[in-house]
Design a protein around this ligand. Structure first.
Ligand code: NAD
Length: 301
């Protein structure tokens, strides 16, 4: 099996550096027409330059692929919609959206300004929504779409100094949980990725004091992303971890909990007594949606 994207149009946001650049190159090499979006700023989102997006477009073209550059920010409604318009203008549609653009503004919560909080949420969460919202009607009309949101283990598990980033990265998981249900009838999948690679954004975390940065390549993540946004991957609603040498599925699980007679008077003391069983994660369960969750847990006698 060879995974190809001939005739398909892909938007990769934040594709001028790091992981996004690798995704754009990988898709371009396999026949996709790529919109390489990047505003070319610093890791905190300040500044801007056309050079990063232009260079990636040049690389794709030099390898025989098709690509156009777009320099709009994902973080505003109009400019995000413009990214999708670039795809329509240049290539006539959009089949794949990879919401990869990202910044960091790390500080402990008590030192973080609300401006820094809001801006990180705007780029990672709302920016992903703005771009997807503009592309979604086109995908529905075409009865085909592949949407990838970029999460992070910082959101899934927490990371000191990143309350803004963590919340934004978890928000995209909630989005995917429901879009997988809504998109299914139009053959539109939505998945989330939790990557790790040696890029400029990951550098401040200190993670590469432990891991050899030469091994933790963006290409190892790009292989997963290429699969996830391909026609061959029909799975939807997954959160997938990807880094060199490690690929896995991450899922919200619920414990067996405790079922008592609902007529029993509940007191805080009784909760304290039941606490070890309430928080036990022996035999955890996963649910496909909220309805399945409620009908399962409420049905227990
Ligand atoms: P990077 O800084 O190399 O690339 C991010 C790109 O996004 C940059 O080129 C930047 O100019 C662009 N960008 C920033 N704000 C933008 C905006 N408003 N509009 C358009 N483009 C914008 O970082 P990276 O490590 O390649 O990160 C890519 C994504 O992966 C981010 O969402 C990041 O949070 C996520 N991520 C990365 C890691 C990792 O280990 N590198 C881990 C978890 C999640």
């Amino acid at each position: 099996m060879t995974i190809r994207f001939d005739g398909q149009v892909a938007i990769v946001t934040g594709a001028g550096h790091g992981l996004g650049r690798s995704y754009a190159l990988a898709l371009g090499a396999r026949g996709a027409k790529v919109v390489v979006n990047d505003l070319g700023g610093a890791i905190d989102g300040s500044g801007g330059s056309k050079t990063p997006a232009d260079e990636v477009v040049d690389e794709i073209r030099a390898a025989g692929g098709e690509a156009v550059a777009n320099y709009d920010s994902v973080a505003e409604r109009d400019s995000a919609a413009n990214i999708v318009q670039s795809a329509v203008d240049a290539f006539g549609g959009v089949d794949i959206v990879i919401n990869n653009a990202g910044i960091v503004r790390d500080k402990t919560f008590h030192k973080m300004s609300l401006d820094d909080y809001e801006f990180v949420v705007k780029v990672h969460f709302l920016g992903s929504i703005y771009v997807t919202h503009a592309a979604y009607p086109i995908m529905r009309d075409a009865n085909y779409g592949r949407i990838l949101m970029v999460s992070s283990n910082s959101g899934l598990y927490g990371n000191f100094g990143q309350t803004n980033y963590s919340a934004a990265k978890m928000a995209v998981v909630g989005f995917v949980n429901t879009l997988k249900l809504e998109g299914a009838r139009n053959n539109i999948t939505a998945n989330a990725l939790a990557p790790l690679a040696a890029t400029r954004i990951a550098e401040p975390s200190g993670i590469f004091e432990t891991y050899d940065r030469e091994l933790v390549t963006t290409d190892a993540v790009a292989a997963m992303v290429t699969y996830l946004v391909s026609e061959d991957c029909t799975d939807s609603g997954n959160v997938i971890a990807a880094t060199a040498g490690y690929y896995s599925k991450i899922q919200v699980m619920e414990g067996q909990g405790v079922q008592v007679d609902p007529r029993e008077e509940m007191t805080p003391e009784r909760i304290a007594e039941l606490w070890p069983r309430i928080v036990s994660m022996d035999e955890p369960r996963a649910f496909n949606d909220a309805v399945e969750n409620l009908t399962t847990v409420m049905a227990k006698e």
